[in-house]
Design a protein around this ligand. Structure first.
Ligand SMILES: Cc1ncc(COP(=O)(O)O)c(C=O)c1O
Length: 378
């Protein structure tokens, strides 16, 4: 029997495995009034640290807050310049602007789709930015990750790594954030490790950062009614932590399912003469193991939106991550964003990008149908 409409993402596939345990855990949270913080939040932080090979993880309310506090931890202040790729989620840009800092928009490498080291170099020569938002997108990271980190060290540029999409990505034999000074995670439900509501975390190497970030996420407290900083309220609760702990038990299966689906699409597209002629399917550079977060492709002679619309008519949910760059968003001008160069690679990619359905538990027949629909649309 052919499958019905194929969603872009179906979170129920994982829920089916954890539902009974989550309901029991949530009952225990209610019985213990474990609402904000608590032992399950501490347990999630520990589990995340082990999974990511980092010494310290501090949880918070969402991935955007994580960026806001992480930028403060590396010393970003009003008026400073912070470079970021022109291709990212808007939250990366927002966090910089919310702190009164000035975004410097830098183009991407057209092959790995991450910030271009050459453009970063020339942007620093031209604008002397103080910090970099190094974003790991699509389920992999830059081929030049280590060189970018080394370049920033050499130029005394502080880094926050936006790891909202990169749980499970490995770079050169280690979890990608293992050596990040300060990095962030998002547990938005559609992420590889998704929560039951918004959630986030910051990873770090030093105790000093931990003390500062725990305080910042809790009103800048030094004691219950004493304050060391003007902070923020960004805390995780027991219900979310209980859910995440159950999701974390399934990480090997989640990664296996997503990685094999991402590889399947790549294999099938590149080995099909008709598709291979017109479809470019992106993937992790050498040395990087993807987490299977997204299928990413562009099609010669087609705008991404027309492909997504045509797929929708055929019952296949597709998406466009991302349909527009940072520089064209109306608030970017008002925020005084500095545009470095012509940004042509990020703009060209956004016009064409298409993502086919890819989620934990996607079935072979669903992928076959999605690919058949794509073939018929070309
Ligand atoms: C690259 C990137 N940065 C930041 C965020 C913000 O995370 P959140 O939605 O948890 O605030 C997201 C995801 O939503 C993201 O994909």
């Amino acid at each position: 029997m052919p499958p019905g409409p194929i969603p872009f993402i179906d979170l129920k596939r994982l829920l089916a495995h954890i539902r009974t345990d989550v309901i029991a855990d949530w009952t225990a949270c209610l019985d213990n009034t474990e609402f904000v913080g608590g032992p399950r939040v501490a347990a999630v932080e520990k589990k995340l640290a082990a999974a990511l090979s980092v010494p310290i993880v501090v949880s918070c309310a969402n991935g955007t807050d994580a960026l806001l506090v992480a930028l403060q931890a590396i010393g970003v202040k009003r008026g400073m310049k912070v470079a970021l790729p022109n291709l990212t989620f808007w939250a990366t840009f927002e966090a910089v602007v919310q702190l009164g800092a000035v975004p410097v928009l830098v183009d991407i490498d057209p092959d790995d789709l991450h910030v271009s080291l050459e453009e970063l170099r020339s942007a620093h020569d031209a604008h002397r930015f103080d910090a970099l938002m190094l974003v790991h997108l699509f389920g992999w990271t830059s081929a030049r990750l280590l060189e970018i980190r080394a370049f920033c060290k050499e130029r005394d540029v502080a880094i926050v790594e936006d790891g909202a999409q990169c749980f499970g990505v490995e770079a050169f034999g280690k979890p990608v954030l293992a050596e990040a000074g300060v990095a962030t995670l998002s547990f938005y439900p559609a992420k590889v490790v998704g929560g039951a509501m918004d959630g986030g975390a910051i990873t770090m190497q030093s105790k000093e950062h931990e003390t500062f970030l725990r305080s910042l996420c809790n009103h800048g407290r030094s004691d219950h009614y004493s304050y060391a900083h003007v902070g923020w309220n960004s805390r995780m609760g027991g219900l979310q932590a209980a859910f995440l702990l159950r999701v974390l038990e399934h990480v090997p299966a989640i990664l296996e399912s997503r990685r094999s689906a991402a590889a399947w699409y790549r294999e099938r597209i590149t080995s099909d003469a008709t598709l291979a002629k017109r479809v470019r399917v992106f993937g992790p550079p050498a040395g990087i193991v993807e987490n299977g977060y997204l299928n990413v492709l562009t099609i010669d002679g087609k705008r991404g939106q027309e492909v997504v619309d045509a797929l929708k008519v055929k019952g296949v949910g597709a998406a466009r991550t991302y349909p527009e760059t940072m520089d064209v968003q109306p608030p970017a001008k008002a925020a005084g964003a500095i545009v470095h160069g012509d940004l042509r690679h990020s703009k060209a990619f956004c016009e064409k990008v298409v993502n086919l359905p890819l989620f934990y538990g996607i079935r072979d027949d669903e992928r076959e149908t999605a690919l058949a629909a794509l073939t018929s649309v070309l």
